[in-house]
Design a protein around this ligand. Sequence first.
Ligand code: C5P
Length: 222
Amino acid sequence: KKQMQIAIDGPAAAGKSTVAKIIAEKLSYIYIDTGAMYRALTYKALQAQADLEDADELLQLLRESIIDLKPGEAGQLVLINGKDVTDEIRTSEVTNSVSFVAKHAPVREEMVKRQQLFAEKGGVVMDGRDIGTHVLPNADVKIFLKASVEERAKRRHLENISKGFSSDIEKLKEEIILRDKRDSEREAAPLKKAEDAIELDTTSLSIADVVDQIISIAKERE
Ligand code: C5P
């Protein structure tokens, strides 16, 4: 059986990581959350009170940082130099700063190198913004997931509530719109559907439907 590369891109909170994780499990592939890598660097930069506009300073911080993604008991763990930052990288402070860190070309180059190494052997599901366009331009399967902003804010809101976090759906909606705008309008590898990606609008689809559709596309190419 072919060990494929499956690329899943799309805007914020479109359900990429949820479906990518399930697909990876079903195919016994590894799952690489590239957003978590940008989040980890952002967390580190905020801790260091770095200037988020200073690409050199951020690149230096990245070079000092080994970012590991590894399976844990309650899902994927994200580690920087061995320190578990799985929860820390999901705070709204990190979420609302990450697009500033991710816009710098030198930072992206280093991230892309690392991501390509992770995917080298195939058998990988990778999600992000530029996987189909830049990281894995020859991926066997490219999916672009989208959903209405109302639906994405609603899903994130319900997720927050289920975790016992306070949550304001209107604020979430504004933050999602702003993050997508920053990610789409940057010069370096902006959020964009690859020409050969299959677009799936998940607004009125269940997680299981999206997973099944992607798996059947993948099976055809195995
Ligand atoms: O996927 P997630 O929402 O965790 O991504 C966080 C942020 O990381 C995105 O808003 C974007 O700024 C950046 N990112 C990126 N390229 C990727 C993955 C994430 O620029 N491949």
